[in-house]
Design a binder for this molecule. Structure first.
Ligand SMILES: [Zn+2]
Length: 1006
C-alpha cells in the first residue's frame, strides 16, 4: 500500500546481450532507466506515469513505449503502476480545512456517486496527511469498483496503456475498512453495491452480527475478483501476453476485511506481497521475528504455487542482505527498496551484488518442486471466523516450530491437496470437511489436529502456546520466554524422515527438488540480535535419505545463507510396452531404496546408469541388447525358462540387462535379482574388518546399519597365517567360508582383504628374499616384505591368490603392503633385473628407477589379477591406496612406487586411506584443517579415479583406540561427500562404533 509519486526520465544505454528473463525469476526494481536496471542486474522495471488510474496522456504513452522498446532489447520487462480505486486530486485543500476549497474541482465534487461508502454512511474521501503518500493539500478519494461509469472509464484507460507495457501492477484494489479515521468501517454501502447485492443475493447488506454477514464478505471478495478479471480481459484484448500483477498487503489473516482475498492469486498472474519483515528496522531483528518472517514468506510461496511470489519488503543498509536471504530461503522474488518508498534502495551497490548473485544461481530458487511429506492446512474459512485469531496463531506457531525442527512442509489450502502428504497438520480449524479427511485417513494419511478434535487425533494448541512465549511482533521486540518445552513436545509428535541435519534450531533448512538435484537452502539466524547482526556461516551437515553422487555448497555473498546441492543417483529403465510392468516394479523398488528412476523407451547417451529390460530377441529393446550381450549370453537366453541379469560397463555407462527367455521370465528376473541390480548401482557402504574386533553376529548390526560391503581381513602377521583354505600357507581357520555364508543371507558383499608382500611365513623360510634398503638392510620400512622381484615368490603369490579366488567372494582387496619405499628395493633380484634392462646399476637419484619399480609392482598385480580371474572371472579387485598417491600422482610413484593412474586399468576400486587424524599428525595440521583437507583428497580422487574411488574414514585414534567424537566423524563424511566421492569405507569396524551415526549415512531408504 506504499506508493511512489512520479517523475519521468528516459535514459538510453549501450547494447548488451539479451539475458534470459522471465516472470518467475524476476529481480524487480522501481526505475525509470533501462541503463540503471541493466547495471544493477534487475530484469523487471516497475515504473509510474502521470496518473495511476484515469487521465493517461499521450506523453505517458510515449514514455512507456520508448521505455519498453529499450528495455525489451536488453531482456528487461516493463510494468506500470496503477492504483485503480484511489484517486488523488492535488492542491484542492490549500487552507487545510479538510474540504475542497471554494471554486475548485475534485473527484468528490464532480463524481460523488463514484465513491465507496462506509458502514457508517460516510463517503470514502480524505484530506490532509491521511497516509504518507498523500500530500497535505490533496484530496484522497476511494472509488467503488461497482460503479459502472467509473469502471468503464478505467477499463478504457487500461486498453490505452496495455500495448506499451509487459505488465500492469495494480495496488490497493480494495474495499476500505480501516483507513484514515475509519476504524473497522466496512465499505461499501454505496447505492450501486446495495442494488447489486440485492440483485445477486436477494439480500440487504447485513450487519456484523447478522447471519448473512459471511455471504456479504464473500460477495465483496467476488466483486474485487470480477473487477480484476475485467482488467485482465480488457488488457489482453490489446496485448495478449500482458501480465496482471496484484500487490497484496500482508493479507494472511485480515485480507477479508478489504475484500483483498488470498484467492485472488487465481485471478491475477502474479501476486506481489507487501510484507513488513523485521528487516525494515534493525532494532526489530530478533530470532523469533525473523523466524516468523520465514514462516510467512513460506506461506506466500506455497500460496502462489506455480506462479512466482514477489516480495515487496523493506530493509536498511545493515539488514539489506539479511532480507535478501529471507526471501531467497523461501524461493520468493526480491523487490528491493527501502522503507517506506517503492522506489529506493537500502544500498544500490549492494543491490547490484545481490541481484547479480541471484541471477547466477536463480536455477536453485525458482521453478523447483517440493519434497515435503508434511503439510499444514491453511483454513481461510477459519481465519475469517470469530476464532480467526486462535487459528492464525496456531498456524504461525506450528509453522515456526516445523522450521525450527527442520521438518520440510508445505502449506496447503484445499482438502484435495492432502493426498500428496503423509501427514497433514490442522491448526485450530472450524467446520473441517470430515468426509474428505476420513477418506484421506482411510488411504493411510495421518492427521494432526492442533487444539481441536478432528478424527482420531487430539492435541494441545501448541502453536498458540509457542506464540505466546516467543511473542513475535511486527512493531517491537517484546520479552520472550524459552519455548523449548513446547518445541520438544511438538517434536515428539512430528518427525523429519527426509534428511538428517546437525543444524541447530536457529538454522533453517528448506529442501526442494529440480531435475536430478535436491537443493537445501540454509539460513543461519543464529548470532542475530536486535541492533546487532553477527551472522554466522552455515557450517552444517546434511544427510539426505536418498542415494546421491555429489554435494555442492554455494555460499551467498554474505554469511548466513548457503545452498547445499545434492546430485541424486538416477537410473534410466529402458523398456518396451510388454515389459513395462517389470519396469514399474523395478522403478518402485529402486525408489524405495533412495535411487531416482526414469522409465524410457530408448537409451540416453548422457545417462550413467541404465537398466534394459528384455534380451536380444525382445521387441525394440532387443536392438540395444543385441550389441551388449555376448554370444554365450545370447545362447543361454534362447534356452527355455532361462533368466538372468548381465552387469556391463560400456564407455562411462553402467548397464544392467534384465532378461529372460520370454516376457514372463524377464519379469521373474526383475523380481528375483532386484537386490543384485540395486547393488550394481548403489554406492559402496563398506566396513573394513580387523579380526580381533569381529564376531560373526556383528553382521546383523552391519546389515541394520546399511552396510552393503565388507572388506574382511583374511591374514594375520603375528600368528603368521591365513583364514582361508589353502595348502600354501599356514591356515589359522577357514573363517572366510563361514562369513561368506552368513553375509550372503544378509545381502552383504564380501571382499577378502589379503596381504601381498608382507608374508612372515615366507620370510621365515627365505630370510634372503627380504626387501632391502639402499644400505642392504632388510625391511627398515614399516612392513616386513618379501621382494617382489623374486620370481619364485611371484609364482607363489599367484598360486596362493588362486586359492583365495576359488571362494564365492565378490572380490579381493590388496593390503597396503604392495609398495616399495624411496630407498627400496636393493635385493639382488631387483639389482639384477634393473641391470639386465638398463645395463647399469640402480641410481636412486634417477627418477627412471621409481617409475620402473612402480611398473614392476603393477605388472605383478596384473598377473595376480589375471590368474585369479581364471578361477573366478567376476572377481573385483581393490587396491589399498595411500592418500599421497591421490594428491600427487608423482609423489605416489616416487615415495611408494604406487602408480594409481596406471593401476586404474586393472583395479575396480581404490580404497584411499584418508585417515584425517593420521593426516593431521603427518602434516602438522589441526584436526579442523585435516577434516577440510579430506575434501581436497576426495575431489582429487573423484577427478582421477571417478566412481572407482572409495574414501576410508578413520573412526578411532590409532594410539589409544578411543572412538572419535561424533561431530568429527560427521565432518569427515561431509567433507568427503563435498569433494565428490560417495563411496565410503569405515576403518575399521568395532562393536562400539557410533551405530546411529553410521546408520544415518548408510541407510538411504526412506
Ligand atoms: Zn460500492
Amino acid at each position: 500500500m506504499h506508493k511512489k509519486l512520479l517523475t519521468s526520465i528516459i535514459l538510453f544505454s549501450i547494447m548488451i546481450p539479451v539475458s534470459s528473463t522471465g516472470w518467475n525469476d524476476a529481480r524487480i526494481s522501481a526505475y525509470y532507466s533501462v541503463e540503471k536496471a541493466v547495471e544493477e542486474n534487475a530484469n523487471i522495471i516497475l515504473t509510474w506515469i502521470s496518473t495511476e488510474n484515469i487521465g493517461v496522456t499521450e506523453e505517458d504513452l510515449e514514455y512507456l513505449k520508448e521505455l519498453k522498446e529499450e528495455a525489451n532489447r536488453k531482456g528487461i520487462k516493463v510494468i506500470v503502476y496503477l492504483a485503480p480505486l484511489e484517486i488523488q486530486t492535488y492542491n484542492v485543500d490549500m487552507d487545510e480545512d479538510g474540504k475542497v476549497d471554494e471554486g475548485k474541482k475534485s473527484i468528490y465534487t464532480e463524481h460523488p456517486e463514484w465513491l465507496q461508502v462506509g458502514e457508517d454512511g460516510r463517503k470514502a474521501v480524505f484530506y490532509g496527511n491521511v497516509a504518507f503518500w498523500v500530500e497535505k493539500h490533496s484530496e484522497d478519494a476511494w472509488i467503488c469498483p461497482n460503479d459502472p461509469e467509473y469502471r468503464r472509464i478505467f477499463l478504457e484507460e487500461v486498453k490505452k496503456i496495455a500495448p506499451y507495457v509487459d505488465g500492469i501492477y495494480l495496488d490497493v484494489v480494495i474495499f476500505l475498512n480501516s483507513f484514515g479515521d475509519w476504524e473497522d468501517n466496512y465499505a461499501c454501502h454505496c447505492e450501486d453495491c446495495k442494488r447489486l447485492f440485492k440483485e445477486e443475493k436477494g439480500l440487504d447488506i447485513p450487519g456484523k452480527n447478522d447471519k448473512n454477514w459471511k455471504i456479504w464478505i464473500e460477495w465483496r471478495e467476488e466483486k474485487i475478483k470480477e473487477f480484476l478479471e475485467d482488467v485482465k480481459r480488457e488488457a489482453r484484448k490489446v496485448n495478449p501476453d500482458i501480465k496482471i500483477i496484484l500487490e497484496h498487503w500482508h493479507g494472511f489473516y485480515d485480507g477479508f476485511k478489504t475484500g483483498w482475498s488470498i484467492n485472488l492469486r487465481e485471478t491475477v498472474d502474479i501476486m506481489t506481497h507487501e510484507y513488513d519483515a523485521a528487516t525494515y528496522d534493525l532494532s526489530l531483528c530478533d530470532f523469533y521475528n525473523l523466524l516468523r518472517d520465514v514462516a510467512i514468506l513460506k506461506f506466500y510461496r506455497d500460496l502462489d504455487r506455480e506462479k512466482p511470489s514477489w516480495i515487496l519488503s523493506y530493509s536498511v543498509k545493515e539488514t539489506q542482505s539479511l532480507l535478501a536471504e529471507l526471501i531467497l530461503e523461501t524461493g520468493c522474488n526480491l523487490y528491493e527498496t527501502d522503507y517506506p518508498d517503492m522506489e529506493g534502495s537500502a544500498d544500490l551497490q549492494k543491490r547490484k551484488e545481490i541481484f547479480n548473485w541471484i541471477k547466477k544461481y536463480e536455477d536453485y530458487y525458482y521453478n523447483t518442486d517440493s519434497i515435503a511429506d508434511t503439510a499444514i492446512f491453511y483454513s481461510k474459512d477459519t481465519v475469517e471466523s470469530e476464532n480467526g485469531d486462535i487459528f492464525f496463531k496456531e498456524f504461525l506457531g506450528d509453522s515456526m516450530m516445523l522450521l525450527q525442527l527442520h521438518i520440510p512442509y508445505n502449506v496447503i489450502f484445499s482438502y484435495d491437496e492432502m493426498d500428496k502428504y503423509n501427514l497433514v497438520i490442522f491448526p485450530y480449524t472450524e467446520s473441517p470437511d470430515m468426509e474428505k479427511i476420513e477418506k484421506y485417513m482411510e488411504n493411510g494419511g495421518k492427521i494432526l489436529a492442533m487444539g481441536k478434535r478432528i478424527g482420531d487425533s487430539y492435541y494441545k494448541p501448541l502453536g498458540n502456546m509457542y506464540i505466546s512465549k516467543t511473542a513475535p511482533d511486527f512493531w517491537e521486540v517484546t520479552e520472550k520466554e524459552d519455548p523449548s518445552d513446547i518445541l520438544s513436545e511438538f517434536s515428539s509428535i512430528v518427525k523429519n524422515k527426509l534428511f538428517y541435519t546437525d543444524a541447530s534450531e536457529k538454522v533453517i533448512v528448506l529442501p526442494s527438488e529440480k531435475n536430478d538435484k535436491v537443493i537445501f537452502r540454509v539460513l543461519n539466524l543464529d548470532g542475530i540480535y536486535p541492533d546487532n547482526l553477527k551472522q554466522r556461516d552455515t557450517d552444517i551437515t546434511i544427510v539426505p535419505h536418498f542415494s546421491f553422487e555429489k554435494i555442492d555448497k554455494i555460499d551467498f555473498i554474505e554469511k548466513g545463507h548457503s545452498l547445499y546441492i545434492f546430485d541424486r543417483k538416477t537410473v534410466d529403465i529402458i523398456t518396451n510396452e510388454y515389459d513395462y510392468p517389470s519396469a514399474e516394479y523395478l522403478s518402485k523398488f529402486l525408489e524405495e531404496n533412495g535411487i531416482k528412476t526414469y522409465i524410457k523407451s530408448d537409451i540416453d547417451r548422457k545417462s550413467e546408469n541404465i537398466i534394459v529390460l528384455g534380451g536380444h530377441k525382445a521387441e525394440k529393446t532387443g536392438e540395444i541388447t543385441e550389441n551388449i550381450l555376448n554370444s554365450e549370453e545370447k545362447k543361454n537366453l534362447e534356452k527355455e525358462g532361462y533368466k538372468n541379469i548381465f552387469c556391463k560397463k560400456k564407455n562411462n555407462q553402467k548397464i544392467v540387462v534384465v532378461a529372460g527367455n520370454d516376457r514372463e521370465n524377464t519379469k521373474i528376473a526383475a523380481e528375483q535379482f532386484k537386490n543384485r541390480i540395486l547393488r550394481y548401482f548403489e554406492n559402496i557402504k563398506a566396513v573394513q574388518i580387523e579380526l580381533d574386533d569381529f564376531d560373526i553376529k556383528d553382521l546383523d548390526k552391519m546389515k541394520e546399519m546399511g552396510v552393503n560391503t565388507i572388506f574382511l581381513r583374511v591374514f594375520d602377521y603375528d600368528e603368521g597365517g591365513v583364514y582361508f583354505r589353502t595348502d600354501k600357507a599356514p591356515v589359522i581357520k577357514d573363517l572366510l567360508k563361514e562369513v561368506i555364508r552368513e553375509a550372503k543371507k544378509r545381502n552383504i558383499d564380501v571382499y577378502a582383504w589379503m596381504t601381498t608382500l608382507n608374508m612372515p611365513w615366507v620370510l621365515k623360510e627365505h630370510e634372503d628374499w627380504a626387501v632391502l634398503d639402499n644400505e642392504h638392510n632388510p625391511n627398515t620400512n614399516w612392513y616386513e616384505r618379501v621382494s617382489p622381484f623374486v620370481p619364485e615368490f611371484q609364482d607363489y603369490l599367484i598360486s596362493l591368490y588362486r586359492d583365495l579366488a576359488s571362494y564365492e567372494i565378490e572380490g579381493i582387496m590388496f593390503q597396503d603392503d604392495l609398495y616399495l619405499a624411496e630407498n627400496e628395493d636393493f635385493s639382488k633380484w631387483a639389482e639384477e633385473e634393473y641391470k639386465k634392462e638398463f645395463g647399469k646399476n640402480i641410481d636412486p637419484e634417477n627418477p627412471q628407477w621409481s617409475i620402473w619399480k612402480s611398473q614392476k609392482l603393477l605388472n605383478l598385480a596384473k598377473r595376480i589379477i589375471e590368474e585369479s580371474k581364471k578361477v573366478n572371472p567376476n572377481l573385483k579387485f581393490v587396491l589399498d591406496t595411500y592418500y599421497d598417491s591421490v594428491i600427487d600422482v608423482n609423489d605416489g610413484i616416487e615415495w611408494f612406487s604406487q602408480d594409481i593412474v596406471g593401476a586404474k586399468e586393472y583395479f575396480d576400486y581404490f580404497a584411499i586411506m584418508s585417515y584425517h587424524r593420521q593426516i593431521a599428525e603427518e602434516n602438522d595440521f589441526s584436526i579442523e584443517e585435516s577434516l577440510r583437507y579430506l575434501e581436497d583428497i576426495s575431489s582429487r580422487a573423484r577427478k582421477i579415479l571417478g566412481d572407482k574411488a572409495i574414501m576410508k574414514i578413520q573412526i578411532c585414534k590409532f594410539d589409544t583406540y578411543n572412538i572419535l567424537p561424533d561431530s568429527e566423524i560427521n565432518k569427515a563424511f561431509f567433507s568427503i561427500f563435498k569433494g565428490g566421492v560417495p563411496n565410503i569405507c569405515l576403518y575399521y569396524y568395532r562393536d562400539d562404533i557410533p551405530f546411529e551415526l553410521f546408520k544415518r549415512y548408510f541407510s538411504t531408504a526412506s
